[in-house]
Design a protein around this ligand. Structure first.
Ligand SMILES: C[S@@+](CC[C@H](N)C(=O)[O-])C[C@H]1O[C@@H](n2cnc3c(N)ncnc32)[C@H](O)[C@@H]1O
Length: 311
């Protein structure tokens, strides 16, 4: 493997401030990555506070294990945040967690290390799994999937209008040549795309779609949001940073529904106070400011949303 470039945490100050860290509290970073947010949370904890990190990615886990040997307040587990209740229950933290951060999506090292197969700009095996030990790679999926399924994934998860042409090109190509590398897929998408968006490689949307599909990202997010609210203490905070409109829509709707409370018909005679809202929204959606964008273009599409558990 090549060296692991570092990850610049996005909305670091805003995300950690939004958790309103209690020095003796119990915290969870559901997407440890390289620990940028985790270290900032640890810096606000006393010797009694604790932070659990989670990640799917073995390289992130290795970085977390190194941190855990330096700081006994920190521990790390390899799992999806969609299953965060399991390590929480094992620690008897159920209903006691003061704050959870999910900074979803990919980390810079995942993109920058060609061997992970996430990048259309670097040639590597077409893998794209956050945990390469689980599930099937992008290449394995593209080798077997029905054309209609490939089209549906590229259209819905990539919001790619040329999904049909791209899916057809994939199926035609694989009949004579297996599609096994990132550059091969990028070139094929490029050729199948009749027009170009300014400053955007034509394969951007297709790579994003396949990555989201292979890693079950939207389903994980939905499950992760529910489990996070379940394990939080009353008064605990959940902060989510998303990088994509599909993800942000899920977070925004879930938070809004939980803040509205029970779902009655609009003409049902019930007072707002009796709807049992589960959370209150903390502020509005937060985006990166000019200063952060100047040093970290990856922050461009980041959106932070925060809720506090009421009951
Ligand atoms: C944007 S990075 C997080 C960076 C981190 N906040 C930091 O400061 O270094 C996203 C991380 O979440 C991990 N990840 C993505 N989906 C996950 C999931 N469902 N469960 C656990 N980890 C996940 C990825 O492997 C990646 O390391």
């Amino acid at each position: 493997m090549t060296s692991h470039p570092e990850h610049l945490p996005v909305l670091l100050t805003e995300a950690v401030a939004s958790l309103d860290v209690k020095p003796n509290g119990l915290y969870v970073d559901g997407t440890f990555g390289r620990g940028g947010h985790a270290r900032a949370v640890l810096s606000e904890l006393s010797a009694q506070g604790q932070l659990l990190g989670l990640d799917k990615d073995p390289a992130a886990i290795a970085a977390g294990e190194a941190l855990a040997t330096e700081d006994s307040r920190f521990s790390i587990e390899q799992c999806s945040f969609a299953e965060l209740a399991t390590p929480i229950n094992a620690r008897l933290w159920q209903g006691k967690v003061d704050g959870i951060l999910l900074d979803i999506g990919v980390s810079s090292p995942q993109i920058d290390v060609a061997e992970r197969g996430f990048s259309f700009q670097k040639d590597g095996p077409l893998d794209m799994r956050m945990n390469p030990d689980v599930g099937i790679s992008a290449a394995q999926w593209l080798a077997k999937a029905e054309m209609a399924d490939i089209e549906a994934v590229i259209k819905t998860l990539g919001e790619e209008r040329y999904g049909k042409r791209i899916a057809r090109a994939i199926v035609e190509t694989r009949e004579h040549t297996p599609i096994t590398t990132t550059k091969q897929l990028a070139a094929l998408v490029d050729k199948a795309s009749p027009s170009r968006e300014k400053n955007k490689h034509p394969a951007t949307r297709t790579f994003q779609a396949i990555r989201i599909y292979i890693n079950n990202e939207l389903e994980d997010l939905k499950a992760g949001l529910e489990q996070a609210l379940d394990v939080l203490a009353v008064g605990g905070r959940l902060a989510v940073i998303s990088f994509h409109s599909l993800e942000d829509r899920i977070v925004k709707r879930y938070f809004r529904d939980q803040a509205l409370g029970d779902d009655y018909p609009s003409d049902f005679p019930i007072r707002a106070a009796d709807l049992n809202p589960r959370v209150r929204l903390i502020g509005k959606a937060i985006k990166a400011g000019k200063a952060e964008l100047a040093v970290n273009p990856r922050a461009r599409s980041a959106v932070l949303r925060v809720v506090e558990k009421l009951a």
